[in-house]
Design a protein around this ligand. Structure first.
Ligand SMILES: Cc1cc2nc3c(=O)[nH]c(=O)nc-3n(C[C@H](O)[C@H](O)[C@H](O)COP(=O)(O)O)c2cc1C
Length: 193
């Protein structure tokens, strides 16, 4: 049963700045959403991708309804989720609109393949996920897009691109896992004493 959204009477109790300040503490994995087909393609950098369920495989992404991807996702009922590797910072910046690049121009400089659904998928992404739109919930400035996963291309790469406190950071499974092991396992245990 779906719960009907409540018509909250409270005015915004917190300022946008306070809310943004809270959200800066969330470390987000960086992905590029791709939409459209043929020459009518676009995409955008996001941190809002999250898994919804494993069975069936579904995910959610929250995107601004003014973003150029939104009407194409709605029209074609499909989108790609390209989870970026640490060395794909330039792709993240292009799809965030750096340099004023728009639409198909954002795809230059990287290799793409066409998914079964027709959307472009990034060659060399940590994972490239082909999704069919299951539902779009329009709320406030954004659309919550529920995607049913139709295909997944996983790489064996393991250094991810994340965004935290307004900057890009690399999360390297080998280096950072070793560093975490250093702080979490007592020395005498590691040495087998
Ligand atoms: C690290 C990062 C994460 C972002 N995450 C989101 C997001 O989750 N949802 C969203 O609507 N915009 C997000 N944006 C903003 C869009 O990437 C940006 O507005 C993009 O240019 C929109 O595409 P358009 O120019 O084609 O409209 C993010 C930007 C950056 C740099």
């Amino acid at each position: 049963m779906n719960v009907v959204p409540r018509d909250l009477m409270t005015e915004n109790a917190v300022s946008s700045a306070a809310f943004r300040g809270a959200m800066r503490h969330l470390t987000g994995g960086v992905s590029v959403i791709t939409a459209g087909r043929g020459k009518e393609i676009t995409g955008m950098t996001v941190t809002s991708v999250t898994s919804l369920s494993v069975d069936p495989p579904t995910l959610i992404v929250s995107i601004n309804r003014d973003a150029s991807s939104f009407p194409l996702i709605r029209r074609y009922g499909a989108f790609g989720v390209n989870i970026l590797a640490a060395d794909q910072l330039d792709v993240a910046e292009r799809f965030a609109g750096k340099g004023g690049l728009k639409g198909a121009d954002r795809f230059a400089g990287a290799s793409w393949v066409t998914a079964v659904s027709g959307v472009p998928l990034l060659v060399g992404a940590l994972s490239a996920v082909d999704c069919e739109v299951e539902e779009i919930v329009e709320r406030h400035s954004h659309g919550l897009i529920i995607g049913r996963v139709r295909d997944v291309k996983n790489s064996t790469r393991n250094a991810a691109l994340a965004y935290w406190h307004g900057q890009y950071v690399a999360v390297d499974q080998d280096e950072d896992a070793a560093r975490l092991a250093d702080v979490s396992v007592p020395t005498h245990v590691r040495r087998g004493i």
